[in-house]
Design a protein around this ligand. Structure first.
Ligand SMILES: [Zn+2]
Length: 100
């Protein structure tokens, strides 16, 4: 009968911590200048092949883009399989290397 002792202290703190973790450290960064080939890469988490050239949005969804001076600097995508957020950088360099 003395079960009205609901000490919920600490629960809030835990939630805060978890939210922080999931929103900050679960984003991966892929630098296209570090990748050989056509710029496609495997999802860091589930291994699904993601190609930035594939615009069908079946494999991934574009969440955010950063464009400066009409040039794509950064792309934030969400893996269609595991929903992992991946930040893709290094676009300009791949254009420069395309001729080789
Ligand atoms: Zn994935």
């Amino acid at each position: 009968m003395a079960s009205s002792k609901k000490a919920k202290k600490g629960e809030k703190d835990m939630l805060k911590k978890e939210f922080r973790k999931s929103s900050q450290s679960s984003i991966y960064t892929i630098d296209l200048t570090q990748i050989e080939g056509d710029g496609s890469f495997a999802c860091p988490r589930c291994g699904t092949m993601i190609s930035p050239d594939d615009e069908s949005e079946e494999v991934y969804t574009i969440v955010d883009t950063k464009v400066v001076n009409d040039e794509l600097l950064e792309l934030v995508i969400s893996c269609g399989t595991c929903r992992t957020m991946v930040r893709v950088t290094g676009f300009q360099q791949t254009v420069g290397l395309a001729g080789e």
